[in-house]
Design a protein around this ligand. Sequence first.
Ligand code: EPZ
Length: 425
Amino acid sequence: MDNSGQNNNERIFITGGEKLYGKVNISGAKNAALPLMALSLIINEDFKLSNVPDLADTRLMLKLLNDLGIKSIWKNGHVNFNGIAQIDEASYELVRQMRASILILGPLLASQGSAKVPLPGGCAIGSRPIDLHVMVMEALGANIKFDSGFIIGSVPSEGLRGGKINFPKISVGATESAIMTAVLAKGQTIISNAAQEPEIVDIVTCLNKAGANIVGEGSNTIIINGVEELKKLQHEVLADRIEAGSFAIAASITMGDIEIKNIIPKYLESFLKALENTGSKVEIYKNSINICAYKRPLPYNIFTEEHPGFPTDLQAQYMTLMSIADGECEIRENIFENRFMHVPELIRMGARISVKNQTATVTGVNNLKASKVMASDLRASMCLILGGLAALGTSEVDGIYHLDRGYENLEGKLSDLGANIRRSR
Ligand code: EPZ
């Protein structure tokens, strides 16, 4: 077992060459569920979340919250939270397994008046600093210091007060920290250069249902007027646009035809435009999209950007599609400093890719070759699964505990679409 409690020896075998056809229902978004679950620290009674994806990361976040004293019942995608934190120190054992644990710092400070959170580690895609999260806490009046690998925060007796937060660079997590910490602070907080991700809109929608007073979500300026308390509420977690994009590429790379359901298509606009430029047919409906392809993809340059640009979380998956394109293209990663860990593994599958600084040049080949490959991070694992779907022969993807962090029942969903895929030890 590795640290995340997953069986480290599990691997996935895929026999490629099958065209994928049918419908897939997209699960709730990991990157909405994690901050939404952290809200249980400041919504003290009867907070009901539905459409919560059953993932290693959401299970870990729940353990972290239970460890702090929050009560919860998890049944069929519904999680009911009750109670308040009983302690202000988060477990090192749990925090070090997941970067997103930093999201509990703000709500814990806001609810307890103090917090002791281990510094979350970096990960394969980058050092993942937290300086912007600290900047937020200090802008709202908290005192922050570091001691033996812990972030130690305390709030003055008069409590947190609203302030101006002007981000020098856009950060999804730090914007979420700012919202979740300012919502109960006294007075007004103005966040400039805020991230505009759909998951942030989902958090604000949830908080406003609980009686918060927040406007501007989804734009680069968010205004929060602090309130005394948050009331009980129910909220459905937003659908996972990254899972949806991953299945769209599965349709294109196998030249199949898939209906991707329960999503908000506008949240995938940049990605779908790029996919159309590779020659896939994209049909957009109210809560679903239909993707099909009849021939080898055309090359199309992309660069990752904060929302509403091309999402960095779909860069690796897109690279797999471009590795069999009929020509050469460039893929530039602008968000993380080391998000090309999947390149050597795709090259093992026969892809022709060269990397210079933050740009990968991909020269398409006719076919990928089935190979034994190792996943390095969550989205890289999906990229390799997509490679296995396209490669002739049987591929073996190791290190799939990464996959289990962010994709719910992936093999089941892919098998239902006709993929020849199985998991084994
Ligand atoms: C969120 O990470 C997502 N994770 C990531 O998804 C996603 O890739 C990322 O946003 C960008 O969209 C969750 O929502 C749980 P950032 P986050 O703060 O908040 C730098 C996945 O695969 N930065 O927007 O950590 C940072 O190093 C994951 O699902 C600082 O410099 O991302 C990066 O270069 C991977 N200081 C850039 O900002 C800080 O204090 C953007 O990071 C914080 C971030």
